[in-house]
Structure formats: C-alpha cells, structure tokens
Design a protein around this ligand. Structure first.
Ligand SMILES: Cc1cc2nc3c(=O)[nH]c(=O)nc-3n(C[C@H](O)[C@H](O)[C@H](O)COP(=O)(O)O)c2cc1C
Length: 407
C-alpha cells in the first residue's frame, strides 16, 4: 500500500502514501526569502522518493513569525525566488505543498514585542513571548487576506498545493481554543464562532486558487491542556471541514505549552503506554475522524515501522502517512524504507537528563541537524544535547540581529 498512488478530491494524484510532514527550516535571508539552502534541502528530500513534501511554516506577514528564519509569502516581488524553490523541491516530479501560517501569540520577542492574537492571553515560556494585543475586526480581515495572498503566491510559484496550519497553537489554532480565544464577538464564544476564522480562510483560499488546486488543513486532535481545545471539539470541527471543500486533513496535536507532537520524549504523558503499543500518536483519534468525515486523512507523529504503516493503510485507518524527524536523522534510509529493504527507521533519543530542558533539546537538536543537511553536511548524531537545548535561542537571536543590522 505504501507505494500505491492516491487521488485527492480535487483530482491531483500523490504518487505514494509517504509524506514528509512540515518542518520549519529557519533558513530565510534578511528579506524573508528562501535561499540556496532551502533548494538544496528540498532537492535532497525529493530524492528520497517521498510521495509529497510539505514545507515548514511559511508566514503570511513578516511580523508574526514562528521563527526569525521563516520565509514570508507576503510580497509578489519574491516570486522568482519562490519559483526556484518550488522547482528544486519538485525536480523528481513529485509534489511539494506550502504550509501557510500566522504565529499569533507564539511569535517570539525576537520578531515582535506585541504580537496580535485573538485575546490578550500571554504565552508563558522562558519569558520569550510578549503580551498579545487582541485583534480588531480589521486585523482579522487582514489575516484572511494574508492567507489568500500567500496561497496565490504559492500557486503562482509553481508549488503543487498548500496546507493551512490550524494546529500546534498558532493563530488559527488560538482562535479554536477557549483558553486563548476569550472574545465575545462573532469570532469567539461558541465552537461555531471560534471555528469561523478557519472556515473563512478555507473558503476564501479555495475561491482564490480554484477547484483543482489541493488544499489541506492541519488540525489538532486536541491541545492536551485543561480547558483547551478538546477531542470532542476537534471532531465537531472535522465535521464542519467535511463540507468545506478541502482535499486532505492532517491530524496532529499540542501547542508550545504542551508539545504533544514530540510525545515520544514525554515520559510523563499518560498516553505513552497506549501510543507505544500503537506507534502512531493519533491513530485512535483517526478512527473517530473516519466515522464522521469523508475527507482524505493523514496523521503525523510516531510512525517508524513499515509494517505498522502498511497495517493502518490496509485497514483504511488513514490514507497518507506523515513523517517528520526521520527525514532528518534517517534521510539516507527513506528510499529503502519505501522499497521495503528497511523495516524500521530507528529513533535517536535526545536526553539532557534535565526535565525542564528535554523539549528544547529535542527541538534544538532536530533544528540544527536540518540546517546541517541544508548546508550540504550530514547529520551529527553525537551533538551535545545541552548545546542543542540552547541552539534555538542562539539561532533566533542571531537571525533577528542580522536582519536588524541589515547584514
Ligand atoms: C525540527 C522540526 C520542525 C517542525 N516544524 C513544524 C512546522 O513548521 N509545522 C508543523 O506543522 N509541524 C512542525 N513540526 C512537527 C512535525 O511536522 C511532526 O508533527 C512531529 O515532528 C511529529 O512527527 P514525527 O514523529 O514523524 O517526527 C516540526 C518538527 C520538527 C522536528
């Protein structure tokens, strides 16, 4: 099954079932454009034979960055650079889609001190995030227009599709959650109101790109926080998306406050035993989605063995398999995984021994290794995990300073 093609409702065909899920690159130049490093990285990933690549967070406005190294799809002038990136990523003929996002309150202080968000609920993490300013009606309309502009740019650049990021605690996911959306206008309150921005974005983006262009939505199964966006609410949003005209739903989970998509390292999670048994973190939730939705389904997080991928595809539990970290640490084995010679992509476990640093070490380790690949080097599995834990802050600071100084 892994090597069979899959046709989306819009008519586009994905040549096999393995998808390189989004991983932020942190590689843009001072003008927020993609660079030769992006081209090198995506060219290499395309060479693995994966059926589809999804880019990391590409931001709709250069203020609300998820990382100081994000590409911002907000200026028609960068089209030639975007075209080169799309060409390199799709040089084998397999598609690459752009993940479009707005970080909202998760935009760190290196990009803005006063991020805009649904409500003034500050993200408390290492003092890195400013107190958000609640969005006005005009701001919200600008967000919709920003997603549309970014979608048009993705299409004009030659990328084969796009993904609207409504997971992991970024802006659209903040609107969905009652913890971060405390508005009492038409954009807050009931679940229908909290979902309204996501549905408007999907509707306007579809109108802009036409019926035959693939649109995916990445959605949290839950935020895994008390009082946050729950599984029950997520299922209701899935039902709303079912008739919204999307081609692929990708399920993930968690926010910056609770990194469920790195679950393997989360010793304290009570999901751990069941997920260890079933390998992929969100597979149980996928069954519930299947019961209420006909939209093609992909889940991401934890897939590592070929047998398990085959099993869930055979059973029809999902249509596509999303994988992220193995495209870094096991990049040289993806082709043989697809062909069947490699049965399991072994995880590298990154541990500092300090509970407070484990998330940062995991994130920093993979971020640094991704940059090594983009620079034409190989992965360095022996990297010091404490150093890795500090890498992201140093990298963000350096990127932001270089940009400020115009270097
Ligand atoms: C370095 C890194 C960067 C990531 N950046 C993004 C991103 O830009 N957008 C996104 O939706 N998920 C992002 N993720 C999450 C992955 O897409 C995926 O959900 C997660 O790594 C779990 O899948 P895995 O177990 O196959 O790695 C990132 C993960 C890593 C390791």
């Amino acid at each position: 099954m892994l090597n069979t093609s899959f046709e989306l409702p819009c008519g586009a065909v994905i040549p096999n079932r393995l998808v390189k899920a989004a991983m932020t690159e942190r590689l843009s130049n001072t003008k927020f454009e993609p660079t030769a490093a992006h081209e090198h990285l995506y060219c290499r990933w395309a060479g693995t034979g994966t059926g589809l690549q999804i880019t990391g967070n590409v931001i709709i406005d250069r203020v609300h960055l998820e990382s100081a190294g994000n590409v911002a799809f907000d200026d028609d002038g960068m089209l030639p650079k975007l075209q080169s990136w799309a060409k390199a990523a799709q040089h084998t003929g397999n598609p690459c889609w752009v993940q479009i996002s707005h970080a909202g309150r998760q935009a760190n202080r290196f990009s803005t001190l006063r991020p805009k968000a649904p409500s003034a609920v500050q993200l408390q993490k290492l003092g890195l995030f400013g107190r958000p300013v609640p969005m006005t009606e005009e701001d919200i309309q600008e967000v919709i227009a920003g997603f549309v502009q970014a979608a048009k740019l993705a299409q004009a650049a030659g990328f084969s599709g796009l993904q609207i990021h409504s997971a992991h605690g970024y802006l659209l996911s903040q609107f969905l959650s009652p913890l971060t959306n405390q508005r009492n206008d038409q954009w807050g309150g009931s679940l229908e109101n909290r979902s309204w921005l996501l549905l408007q974005v999907v509707k306007e983006v579809r109108a802009a790109v036409g019926a035959s262009y693939p649109i995916s939505v990445k959605l949290n199964s839950a935020d895994f926080q008390r009082g946050g966006f729950s599984e029950e609410e997520s299922i209701e949003v899935v039902k709303m998306l079912d008739t919204a005209g999307i081609d692929l739903l990708e399920i993930s989970g968690g926010t910056y406050e609770k990194l469920a998509f790195f679950l393997m390292n989360d010793e304290s999670s009570n999901l751990r035993e069941s997920t260890r048994q079933r390998e992929a973190y969100f597979i149980d939730f996928a069954r519930k989605v299947r019961a209420v939705s006909k939209v093609p389904l992909m889940i991401t997080g934890g897939f590592r063995s070929r047998a398990f991928c085959e099993e869930v595809l055979e059973k029809g539990e999902v249509d596509l398999i999303g994988m992220a970290r193995p495209f870094i640490t096991n990049v040289n084995e993806i082709a043989s995984f697809l062909s069947g010679e490699t049965a399991v992509l072994e995880n590298l476990v990154i541990r500092t021994g300090l509970a407070a640093l484990e998330d940062a070490a995991e994130g920093g380790f993979y971020a640094r290794q991704l940059i090594r690949l983009a620079e034409g080097q190989e992965v360095n599995p022996g990297m010091n995990p404490i150093w890795a834990a500090n890498f992201l802050i140093i990298h963000e600071l350096k990127k932001a300073l270089t940009r400020r100084l115009g270097l």
